[in-house]
Design a protein around this ligand. Structure first.
Ligand code: PLP
Length: 421
């Protein structure tokens, strides 16, 4: 392990992040289980890319068979990608009828933002101040983690993200209007600076922001503000998409938002790098007129086969329903835990979390949260942490997570909380 770590640093260079004080070398996965090089088994409560389970045989076979048959690019006709686009867009409403396949969520958001530019002829963009939408030059302007070299560009404005425990405007009831007012102010500032307003990008589940508990309709006032200003709404579904939140297939459907553009990635190909942008035909038309677009590895027959197999498995195994049922069971189990640092337990479907604060207050407890994540790993359960304060447990397992997995997680967490004290 130490040897692999030092060889990794020599071969891949410094500052490659790893999870955990003692990094884990995973060598195999199946369903919700992972095994390390010493044969130790872990329950995976973290990874959302293997959406239908690690190494799902149907997805593996679909990829292998298509790769053995043909893999070219989008400049040839191929039934697979067209059939997939028809099937995927049928899950979306409101004229969201055309799919452009890309390879990563970053590429998808980069394209979506440029679609905003093409449609409006303006450059002003808005996102939240506690988000991550990817790593391209354009998209990384929104990253909360690091200020870009040269500072943030003037035509990107960040608005405060909604929060469950510390609502904008001071009350949960007023938070929707307060968020819309922040967006309105950002639009005014972009207009005043001469950039104009092109698009608002947000994850309708606000996953990276810490998935605050927000009621359906929360984004209605914001949507009205954006529409009145002539901008586009981009829903980044990289995290909540494909049924993860249980009750709805897409996060924007759950919160009642009508986006102009939907971007997706991570779970789409169960680990095969597939991502996508779905929008209206006139938006794609304008984007292709202004930018053109070709992506060597995107929208290949293999990408379509992988993505199509993922939809097959979600349907055949009832995974959206599983997310709703097991997620509710998991939430109930977590809510029954008693500890002075638990400030909130929330989430939807198989995307849930526990927010830890200093006892009796709202001060985030990131060290405590990090310690809990470490000790859960020691007990063989993998999870992460998220949120502006790094104080929210991120529990977001493959969608085949079962009730007994949820019970095992809750029992382990109860023991860890007691241990840390
Ligand atoms: C909400 C969101 N959008 C986009 C991305 C970027 O996706 P990718 O890593 O595939 O480029 C991420 C990655 O974590 C994400 O969380």
């Amino acid at each position: 392990m130490t040897d692999l770590l030092s060889r990794r640093e020599r071969a891949l260079g410094p500052r490659m992040t790893t999870f955990y004080r003692e990094p884990v070398e995973i060598v195999r996965g199946a369903g919700v289980r992972l095994w390390d090089a010493e044969g130790r088994e872990y329950l995976d409560a973290y990874n959302n890319v293997p959406h239908v389970g690690h190494g799902h045989p149907l997805v593996v076979a679909a990829i292998a068979n298509q790769l053995a048959t043909l893999n070219t690019h989008t400049r040839y006709l191929h039934e697979g990608i067209v059939a997939y686009a028809e099937r995927l867009t049928a899950t979306l409403g409101a004229g969201l009828d055309v799919l452009t396949m890309v390879c990563t969520g970053s590429e998808a958001n980069d394209m979506a933002l440029r679609m905003g530019w093409a449609m409006t002829g303006k450059t002003g963009l808005i996102g939240t101040d506690a988000t991550y939408h990817g790593n391209t030059h354009l998209v990384s302007q929104f990253s909360a983690g690091r200020t870009p070299i040269g500072g943030r560009v003037d035509w990107v404005r960040r608005v405060p993200a909604p929060d469950s425990l510390r609502p904008l405007g001071g009350s949960a009831d007023g938070q929707a209007e307060a968020f819309a007012a922040e967006v309105a102010r950002a639009i005014e500032a972009l207009e005043a600076a001469g950039h104009g307003f092109a698009a608002l990008i947000l994850d309708p589940f606000f996953a990276n922001e810490g998935f605050p508990d927000l009621p359906p309709g929360f984004l209605a006032p914001t949507q009205a503000v954006v529409r009145a200003a002539g901008g586009l709404i981009i829903a980044d579904e990289v995290q909540p998409g494909f049924g993860r939140t249980g009750g709805h297939f897409w996060g924007h459907q759950r919160i009642g938002l009508t986006p102009d553009i939907v971007t997706m990635g991570k779970p789409m190909g169960n680990g095969y790098p597939v991502a996508g942008v779905v929008t209206r035909p006139e938006i794609v038309e304008t984007f292709r007129r202004d930018f053109g677009y070709f992506n060597t590895f995107a929208g290949t027959p293999v990408a379509a086969a992988a993505a199509s197999a993922v939809l097959d498995v979600i349907e055949a195994e009832g995974l959206q329903t599983n997310a709703a049922q097991v997620g509710a069971h998991l939430l109930a189990g977590l809510r029954a835990l008693d500890h002075p640092r638990i400030a909130d337990v929330r989430g939807a479907g198989l995307f849930v979390g526990v927010e830890f604060t200093e006892p009796g207050g709202l001060e985030p407890a990131p060290d405590f949260t990090a310690e809990a994540v470490e000790r859960m790993r020691e007990r063989g359960v993998l999870m992460g942490r998220i949120g502006r304060g790094g104080n929210i447990l991120k529990i977001r397992p493959p969608m085949v997570f079962a009730r007994e997995n949820a019970d095992h997680l809750v029992t382990s967490l109860a023991a860890v909380l007691e241990e840390i004290g």
